[in-house]
Design a protein around this ligand. Structure first.
Ligand code: FES
Ligand code: FES
Length: 161
């Protein structure tokens, strides 16, 4: 299939890329747009390392084609911070020590952001359910849940996700 120009709204900026529509969004983000925060883990939609938001919904970018994302708003981990100010989720992950190797963290934070956009005060079970598709091989799940709860509490005080 021939490449064509695909337009995306990535982290608030309009971007045009020449790509085959069937190409995975993850590869376009990483290789064409230099957004390497979303990670390649399994490549099969199973691990969550590649999670981005597409129109606000947590999405596996390894199994989403760039053609399917055309014209939509894509948020990667690079677009989560508020300018130079870390997002409360990022601050909470640091303060909670919710990482070891860090490979899963971009996907986990983006997935958590998708949750908090829908549910500003999730219970522990709702957090676990929302993040069940994000595998952390280092096993930091308890601290991840704690970090999301802390971020939700901070956002209650300081504004919307
Ligand atoms: S790399 Fe996409 S779900 Fe694993
Ligand atoms: S911190 Fe290593 S995979 Fe999650």
């Amino acid at each position: 299939m021939a490449a064509r120009t695909v337009r995306l709204l990535v982290n608030g900026a309009s971007r045009a890329v020449a790509a085959q529509p069937a190409r995975p969004l993850l590869g376009v983000l990483r290789d064409e747009l230099d957004l390497t925060g979303a990670k390649y883990g399994c490549g099969e939609g199973q691990c969550g390392a590649c999670t981005v938001l597409v129109d606000g919904k947590a999405t596996r970018s390894c199994v989403t084609t760039v053609g399917d994302a055309a014209g939509k708003a894509v948020t990667t981990i690079e677009g989560v911070a508020r300018g130079k100010q870390l997002h409360p989720l990022q601050t909470a992950f640091i303060e909670s020590g919710a990482m070891q190797c860090g490979y899963c963290v971009p996907g986990v934070i983006v997935a958590a952001l998708g949750l908090l956009k829908k549910n500003a005060d999730p219970s522990e079970s709702e957090i676990r359910s929302a993040l069940r598709g994000n595998i952390c091989r280092c096993g930091t799940y308890p601290r991840i849940v704690q970090a999301v709860r802390s971020a939700a509490a901070a956002m209650h005080k300081g504004g919307k996700p």
